[in-house]
Design a protein around this ligand. Structure first.
Ligand code: AHR
Length: 658
């Protein structure tokens, strides 16, 4: 008997270890006729910064690295080629004042009829796809009219020619020449050769290769698969161009929007601040070509239905670096840049900058409604500068909402001082940043419950759970971080009257070119994948609804009771009720969702994002390892019963009677 009892005991322990479930059913009540807050259309957006090769080498589809020889080392990314006995020389010329925005070009002399030229390695190689068309272009000038041509070859990682064409420069003046070819193989690590056929010399600049198949087939445009990932989120806003990149490590290398529009050959390339930021992740070949410039950012926002949110430099360089400041009496040009940007975005084609926008191909205004003054700034020096911008901008454009920074941390003296000052100034939108441990996200789900309901709105402008610590190269986009963010976001949603915008950061990372982790979307030269965190963001954005309604357990908001977090919204346009419920515990739980105040239809959908493994991640090889699974559910009268699996994020949608 003793043995049997012992055996039964073991069986019980074994089973409870593997099928942990809380057998008591919990009744969650949704008061669906009691609207508590409106969800802003901007609520869930994306934060873009050219970090981790997000821009050059990433979403900007240019395949040639250092196309205009403006990197500090002018031939970085290029290699001299002497094949089949070919010989010659390359000189780097600098026309300085004659063309300050694009000073350098190369003078190539071939001493042999063939075999001499250069090759470009691309950004960790060039990703090319079999049968796709690639468009080559170059600015060329002949010192004297010589019978030479350029042989353009796409080379596979194995060294085979997988695409070729020729161009024949014919003018003694700078002229753009174009050609195209189809790739005969798929290769993530191709390279480009530019060989001179014939003896003689030629000047070359802006050597460029783009896929034809870009986002919306725009010439010289963006990588379609990466933009598609953004479009699939239906983001409410697009914040650009950052991030610390706005500030520059020093003022000289700050982001200046006027230098990023017009002919790409005239957009002065500068170093990317992330090139040198982290000693443990140096990226010496990281520069900003600005091929993705302000017109392209605005167009991107328009394409994906996001409200544009440009951030402008407010006369301060990064406070983690030089902390350089523009003296207050010399802020004029900076303020003018901000005012001109609003005119560029919204002005009629009769205004100076509206006309410029039209000349660049976009006569229709972009309907800019908000702008960030400074990125992640702090201290009295920031407040002083902000006030000058605010006065000038609101004097001319009172309807533009301004975003002001509450610094790099969500608490502490810097945060408190800024918070107090900006609330006193009755600022429009306060930008809070939190790069914290997953536990912080769970513990802070009530963060906004007691915020003042009047006054500035909150923009959770940069956040991501850090599996190790902020700035650690070992951080992973694992399920533990993603589910903590999902839980925390129920708190954002419940407080949508205070929180008007939120974005995960950073957005993109090249698997071989990153500086900062974790990141929402990872990619190589051909493929990309959304992290579990991406699917959390997507589920919130696609299910943001229009109005918050209370969801309670024992008359209390669900903010971590036995590991569960929940919120509910109505979609008044689609006549739907949307319930989000996150079980962060390792016990499966039984839930009875009771809907009061409206009549739910009998059929609904359940979308579940779940993994048994908190360390689970997605990858290029297993991109959907942790991804949403959708199924149908039946409502019985006004309620539906669910099993909330361990570590799961569930979204229930059901139509409601009009
Ligand atoms: O998202 C990465 C960086 O984190 C941003 O550039 C900056 O604003 C923050 O410190």
């Amino acid at each position: 008997m003793k043995k049997i009892l012992l055996l039964l005991g073991f069986i019980f322990l074994y089973l409870s270890a593997f099928c942990q479930s809380d057998t008591t059913e919990k009744v969650y009540v949704i008061a669906a006729d009691n609207i508590k807050a409106h969800v802003q259309p901007t609520m869930y957006g994306v934060f873009f910064e050219d970090i981790n090769m997000a821009g050059d080498g990433g979403v900007y589809a240019e395949l040639v690295k250092n196309r205009s020889f403006e990197f500090k080392a002018p031939l970085m990314g290029w290699k001299e080629l002497k094949q089949d006995g070919g010989d010659g020389s390359v000189l780097v010329l600098n026309r300085g004042v004659a063309n300050p925005d694009n000073p350098r070009f190369i003078h190539v002399t071939s001493k042999t009829p063939k075999g001499y030229g250069l090759s470009n390695e691309g950004f960790r190689g060039m990703g090319v796809k079999k049968d796709d068309q690639y468009n080559f272009s170059v600015l060329a000038k002949l010192p004297w009219v010589a019978g030479i041509s350029l042989q353009i070859e796409l080379i596979s990682a194995k060294g085979e020619v997988i695409g070729s064409a020729t161009v024949s420069p014919s003018s003694k003046e700078w002229k753009k020449y174009t050609t195209n070819f189809n790739a005969t193989e798929t290769d993530p690590k191709a390279s480009l050769r530019v060989l001179v056929n014939g003896k003689g010399s030629v000047d070359l600049d802006m050597i460029s290769l783009f896929p034809k198949d870009t986002w919306k087939q725009r010439e010289g445009g963006l990588r379609a698969d990466l933009v598609q990932k953004l479009a699939d989120m239906k983001p409410g806003f697009l914040r650009f161009p950052g991030g610390c990149i706005v500030e520059g490590r020093e003022l000289d290398t700050r982001y200046q929007w006027k230098k990023t529009i017009g002919d790409v050959a005239d957009r002065r390339m500068i170093i990317n601040r992330w090139n040198t930021e982290f000693a443990h992740r140096p990226t010496p070949d990281y520069y900003q070509s600005f091929g993705l410039g302000f017109l392209e950012y605005f167009e991107l926002a328009e394409d994906i239905g996001a409200s544009p949110l440009p951030i402008i430099n407010c006369g301060m360089a990064c406070q983690f670096n030089t902390c350089e400041l523009v003296p207050l009496d010399q802020l004029g040009p900076y303020v003018k840049d901000a005012l001109d940007l609003i005119e560029f975005a919204n002005g009629s084609v009769k205004t100076t900058w509206g006309k410029k926008r039209a000349q660049l191909g976009h006569p229709k205004p972009f309907n800019l409604k908000m702008m960030g003054v400074g990125n992640e700034q702090w201290g009295p020096q920031y407040i002083e500068r902000y006030k000058i911008f605010e006065k000038a901008i609101h004097a001319r454009y009172p309807q533009i909402k301004l975003v002001s920074s509450l610094g790099p941390n969500p608490d502490g003296e810097i945060f408190d001082d800024l918070n107090k000052s900006f609330r006193k100034l009755n600022a429009d939108i306060l930008d809070e940043h939190y790069y914290r441990a997953p536990q912080w996200f769970l513990q802070n789900v009530k963060r906004y419950d007691n915020y003042a309901r009047k006054g500035p709105k909150i923009f959770a402008g940069e956040y991501a759970a850090q599996s190790v610590s902020a700035g650690s190269p070992d951080n992973k986009n694992n399920w533990q971080c993603a589910i903590a963010e999902a839980a925390f976001m129920t708190g954002l949603e419940r407080n949508a009257d205070v929180v008007s915008m939120a974005s995960y950061a950073p957005l993109f990372a090249h698997v071989e070119g990153w500086q900062w982790t974790p990141d929402l979307i990872w990619f190589d030269n051909l493929k990309s994948y959304g992290t579990p965190n991406y699917y959390v963001q997507q589920l919130y954005s696609l299910n943001k609804g229009t109005d918050v309604v209370p969801l309670t357990l024992d008359n209390k908001a669900v903010t971590g009771q036995e590991g569960c977090f929940a919120s509910a919204v109505l979609d008044s346009k689609g006549h739907q009720l949307i319930i989000k419920i996150v079980n962060t515990g390792k016990m499966e739980q039984k839930a009875d969702l009771v809907v009061n105040g409206v009549k739910p239809g009998s059929k609904g959908t359940l979308t579940v994002l779940q993994s048994d493994d908190l360390n689970g991640v997605n990858s290029l090889d297993d991109p959907l390892n942790i991804s949403p699974k959708k199924s149908k559910i039946e409502f019985m009268g006004n309620h539906v019963k669910l099993i909330l699996k361990q570590y799961s994020f569930c979204v229930v949608r059901v139509s409601i009677a009009e």
